[in-house]
Design a protein around this ligand. Structure first.
Ligand SMILES: [Mg+2]
Length: 216
């Protein structure tokens, strides 16, 4: 028998390329700033920076984690620098997302590898800041980023330790869903890649619906 829609208690949301569409220019602008940061601090070419960024991101989950592993980097300075983009010109309010979030009656928590300031700016641009219960950002995770399993344990603790089987998570990266699935969470991927770690595929966040929240 299908359980009630309110079976779920907590929904964790990624921010970048999850709450706003891919290819709207935000991630491209942040990537460019990351490259410029590395060009300046590591004294390398922009091509080398780009390739190192991709390599660190693949290996460590974030470029910052790679930089912190091999260099002495002021993480706060890095986060301020790379998120200093003209985000207000790239993200506009989404009344549709607002309605969807308002309809979700369980706890809504931001769980991001980005800084708190960036998360707050994105939410403000989308006009949905008041609809989230909490922001769990990279600083509050002590720089232990997704997809490290400790990040998910920490996120659960900071959210009042709900039963993971009563939690859902939405992210645009399969690798960020794998540890969540291992803990028993229900996983939603923004994107069409199929995987045993993905319970639902949606194209945009606006496709979140009660159908997904009703356990089979
Ligand atoms: Mg993302």
């Amino acid at each position: 028998m299908a359980r009630a829609v309110n079976f779920y208690q907590t929904l964790f949301f990624d921010i970048d390329e999850t709450l706003y569409p891919k290819n709207n220019g935000v991630w491209r602008a942040i990537s460019k700033k990351i490259d410029l940061f590395m060009v300046d601090r590591l004294q390398i070419s922009e091509d080398e920076a780009q390739s190192l960024r991709q390599q660190y991101s693949r290996t460590f989950g974030t470029t910052l984690q790679g930089l912190r592993t091999f260099y002495t980097i002021d993480a706060e300075e890095y986060l301020d620098y790379v998120h200093d983009i003209r985000i207000e010109e790239l993200i506009s309010p989404s009344p549709e997302l607002r309605l969807i979030l308002q309809a979700i009656k369980f706890k809504k928590i931001i769980f991001t590898n980005a800084s708190r300031a960036h998360a707050e700016r994105v939410l403000m641009c989308l006009d949905v800041s008041d609809l989230f219960d909490r922001i769990i950002d990279i600083q509050s995770l002590n720089y232990v980023n997704k997809p490290l399993p400790e990040a998910y344990q920490c996120a659960l603790e900071r959210s009042g330790s709900p039963d993971p089987s009563r939690c859902m998570i939405v992210d645009d990266q399969i690798r960020n869903l794998i540890p969540a699935k291992a803990l028993g969470m229900r996983t939603i991927l923004i994107g069409d890649s199929r995987s045993k770690f993905v319970d639902h595929n949606i194209t945009t966040i606006e496709e979140l619906s009660e159908r997904i929240f009703s356990p089979a």
